[in-house]
Design a binder for this molecule. Structure first.
Ligand code: PEP
Length: 256
């Protein structure tokens, strides 16, 4: 019922015009026949225009890794959603844990960005997730509940349905430690329960919830087979066409 979505977050690891061209030229023919999975690549800002040019008329969409919530003004160093929209960006990752932890983005700021992305019709992928100490202290659900309350504050049903949620336990990001499919599914079910209580059950079942955190070709299938995991947000393994392809194929297989 929900179309899986695979997002490749290149972070600041890849993104010169040459690297972007090399990767996308390799990936494009490999994913040509994939129709059951939404594929989004999020390169750094400086590579967005070349990436959009390369994927024209294909089934790959290009996303930004961040944006500001104002369209214009004295905000040195920020990027306007209007500029992103104008060059053809259709997705944006918001509230990634690196933005939250290193750049101190709050839930309130992510909420402002989310509302702006929705208003501008840029598809948001919003990240939430707990730190290792919080999991070990048995606080995962409390943290997730709090992040959802604040990050998705005042959204309408129509808006939450258009939002992709990425559950990314911070201890699993870039560490090689993946959540087990059971651990991930437990939180995805919990997220859906929260959405059902805030909106209604039907709405909660329409929202796509990705898992993110050290997804690799070797663990992708078992994660995506879980009923409430609708694809993944992939960092390291999205840098090479072959590994990303295997992950996309794993998502595609769950739709058959
Ligand atoms: C991410 O950055 O969102 C991520 C999940 O990274 P990795 O796949 O490298 O853990």
């Amino acid at each position: 019922m929900r179309k899986p979505i695979i997002g490749g977050n290149w972070k600041m690891n890849r993104g010169t015009p040459a690297e972007t061209k090399e990767m996308l030229k390799k990936l494009l023919p490999l994913v040509k026949k994939i129709t059951n999975v939404d594929i989004v690549i999020a390169p750094p800002f400086t590579a967005l225009i070349s990436a959009i040019d390369l994927v024209k008329k294909s089934n790959i969409r290009i996303g930004a890794q961040n944006m500001y919530f104002e369209e214009k003004g004295a905000f040195t160093g920020e990027v306007s959603p209007k500029f992103l929209k104008d060059i053809g960006v259709t997705y944006v990752i918001l509230g990634h844990s690196e933005r939250r932890n290193i750049f101190k983005e709050s839930d309130e700021l992510v909420n402002q960005k989310l509302k702006k992305a929705l208003a501008m019709k840029i598809n948001p992928i919003v990240c939430i997730g707990e730190h290792l100490e919080e999991r070990e202290a048995g606080k995962t659900k409390e943290i997730i509940q709090n992040q959802i309350d604040k990050t998705f504050k005042d959204l309408t049903k129509e808006e939450i349905i258009k939002t992709v949620i990425a559950y990314e336990p911070i201890w699993a990001i870039g560490t090689g430690k993946t959540a087990t499919p059971e651990q991930a599914e437990e939180i995805h079910v919990f997220i859906r329960e929260i959405l059902a209580s805030k909106f209604d059950k039907q709405t909660s079942e329409l929202v796509r919830i990705q898992y993110g955190g050290s997804i690799k070709p070797t663990n992708a299938k078992e994660l995506f087979e879980k009923e409430n995991i609708d694809g993944g947000l992939v960092g390291g393994a999205s840098l090479e066409a072959d590994s990303l392809l295997d992950i996309i194929k794993a998502a595609d297989e769950t739709t058959i």
